[in-house]
Design a protein around this ligand. Structure first.
Ligand code: ADP
Ligand code: MG
Length: 258
């Protein structure tokens, strides 16, 4: 895997209004080219939903934004810092980005409250009182104030995912990435998680959300991006991309998921 940013021009740092800027992003795993030139921008406060078939590269795109994967070429700029640039402090970048996965990845041996305080204490060096204050505020935000002493196994999947969201929020992220946050949940638990995400959007959080929840995309997203085969096929307001797609590939996909 080579990293060749020079050929793509190394975009200058984006303005304050830009939360994420991706230009000419390619990602290969060995001979498999998964991202084939992605360009897109997420403005501050915007909610962008990424939809598309399994294997189209959605997770890889998210993982390139917070450098869980190193792009093969192209640039990623987050809040004015080119994270693909030389000498970038990856840990510092990641600290500014909250990430929520399909699997909740909570520490099973820690209570909900402890799951929220551990990274604050270790990474942000907050003292116990400050970390617990932030943790309690965020458990309240996701409607789980009464569960601070519960262990993950004592919580439903939906509650665990809400703890995972509260944990990400406790790091005071500038933006949040969600990768199919409701896909592992029983259908009756999906609504509570989506409601938390909707309230975050209402508060003005910048969010990049991979989801198959088309009603969420239609009602909450400012923009929807449809990916297929490692490229963005179309993007635009949800009424257009989901409501009146221009491309046959988008129509075929939507016919399967709607
Ligand atoms: P999506 O999230 O849209 O389902 P992914 O980004 O997870 O798609 O995967 C896109 C393609 O990249 C798939 O063919 C997948 O098998 C491949 N892929 C993803 N991660 C890796 C990896 N670490 N190594 C090899 N192939 C990978
Ligand atoms: Mg995925």
């Amino acid at each position: 895997m080579t990293t060749d940013r020079a050929t793509t021009g190394g975009a200058p740092a984006a303005g304050e209004a830009t939360a994420i800027e991706v230009t000419g992003l390619h990602k290969s795993f060995g001979a498999l080219e998964v991202l084939k030139g992605i360009d897109f921008t997420v403005r501050r406060g915007e909610v962008v939903c990424v939809i598309g078939p399994s294997g189209s590269g959605k997770s890889t795109l998210l993982r390139c934004v917070n450098l869980l994967e190193e792009p093969t070429s192209g640039t990623v700029t987050v809040a004015g810092t080119e994270v693909t640039g030389p000498d970038v402090d990856i840990d510092r970048v990641r600290r500014r980005i909250g990430m929520v996965f399909q699997s909740f990845n909570l520490f099973p041996h820690l209570t909900a409250l402890e799951n929220l305080t551990i990274a604050q204490r270790r990474v942000l060096r907050r003292d116990r009182a400050a970390a617990e204050r932030t943790a309690r505020a965020n458990l309240a935000r996701v409607g789980l104030s009464d569960k601070e002493r519960s262990y993950p196994a004592q919580l439903s999947g939906g509650q665990q995912q809400r703890v995972a969201i509260a944990r990400a929020l406790s790091m005071d992220p500038e933006l949040m990435l969600f990768d199919e946050p409701t896909s592992a949940l029983d259908p009756e638990l999906v609504g509570d998680v989506l409601a938390v995400m909707r309230s975050l959007a209402d508060e003005g959080m910048t969010m990049l959300v991979v989801t198959h929840e088309m009603s969420f995309a239609r009602e909450v997203a400012d923009r929807v991006v449809f990916m297929d085969g490692g490229v963005i096929v179309e993007e635009g307001p949800p009424d257009r991309v989901v409501g009146a797609p221009q491309h046959e590939r988008t129509r075929t996909f939507l016919a399967r998921v709607l």
